[in-house]
Design a protein around this ligand. Structure first.
Ligand code: SAM
Length: 179
């Protein structure tokens, strides 16, 4: 099974805490295998994502504090492709055929990205050519990549599972030991 991992860059410690957490939760919920939080030094974001994995299941890994360039270089030397999400890139339909069956590292930013990233990436992909959000861009790319199948993914070792309901909130509690 090809791997899909998200690389979050440019995190500013106080300002981006919530958005970085949302990037990670979106990555997990929409089928990615894990996330690398390149510039995150504090443990808070990492811990809040881990808490969600413990309750709602996985597998999903979180790694923090690694230099972005090294993450990209190691991914490429292992044969994976790097996709940088940017409003200046190509439309997804031009790039997606190149990604099928390949390990893909999806890079999203917060502040202005280093210009070298545009060359280091195998593909620069735009989700429309207007500025919006890394959370929205990531969600749309993952949905296109997995063709909607990610919404039916079964998470393993969850303590909680939603029972879909027309009205109200139904949650099954599975208090088996988390392994
Ligand atoms: N001002 C920044 C710049 O000039 O690069 C962009 C900041 S934007 C809030 C944060 C991130 O959202 C970007 O680094 C990019 O990954 C993603 N993003 C925003 N709009 C996008 C778009 N239209 N297509 C793809 N990614 C987008």
């Amino acid at each position: 099974m090809p791997k899909v991992v998200v690389l979050r860059m440019g995190h500013r410690s106080q300002r981006d805490k919530r958005v970085t957490t949302h990037v990670a939760l979106t990555a997990r919920a929409l089928g990615a295998d894990g996330i690398v939080l390149a510039d995150v030094r504090d443990k808070q974001v990492e811990q809040s994502v881990q808490r969600v994995v413990e309750l709602w299941g996985g597998p999903f890994f979180v790694r923090a504090g690694e230099p972005w360039r090294r993450v990209i270089e190691e991914w490429r030397s292992a044969g994976g492709l790097v996709v940088h999400l940017t409003m200046y890139g190509l439309p997804p339909e031009e790039v997606l055929p190149n990604l099928q069956g390949k390990d893909v590292l999806i890079v999203v930013g917060a502040e202005k990205m280093p210009s070298g990233l545009f060359d280091l990436a195998d593909f620069n992909v735009a989700i429309g050519h207007q500025p919006h959000s890394e959370v929205a861009a990531l969600a749309i790319l993952l949905d296109r990549l997995f063709k909607g199948s990610e919404l039916k993914k079964e998470f393993k070792n969850s303590k909680l599972k939603v029972i879909p309901s027309k009205k109200g909130k139904k949650v099954e509690k599975r208090f088996k030991k988390f392994s």
